[in-house]
Design a binder for this molecule. Structure first.
Ligand code: SF4
Length: 72
């Protein structure tokens, strides 16, 4: 659920939830299995704080959760 093409390596998601997000060898964020244990509200909060809109949250049915951002 992290689009590495868009990640700016800001580290915000890693600082917010160090178990749920780690950085790869290129310093790009990736979600771990622990991210599934976070509440949807917490994940949405982290996604909304991503400066590059690189984080997408999915519900239990695999549908993308609306982050409340305006289009464009
Ligand atoms: S908050 Fe967004 S830009 Fe920053 S490290 Fe995480 S995914 Fe990358």
């Amino acid at each position: 659920m992290v689009d590495k093409q868009s990640c700016l390596s800001s580290g915000r998601c890693l600082r917010a939830e160090p178990r749920a997000f780690v950085e790869d060898e290129d310093h790009l964020a990736e979600a771990t299995a622990a991210a599934r244990e976070l509440s949807r509200e917490r994940l949405v909060e982290i996604a909304r704080n991503c400066p590059s809109i690189a984080i997408t949250v999915f519900d239990d049915d695999g549908n993308e959760v609306d982050l409340g951002r305006s289009p464009g």
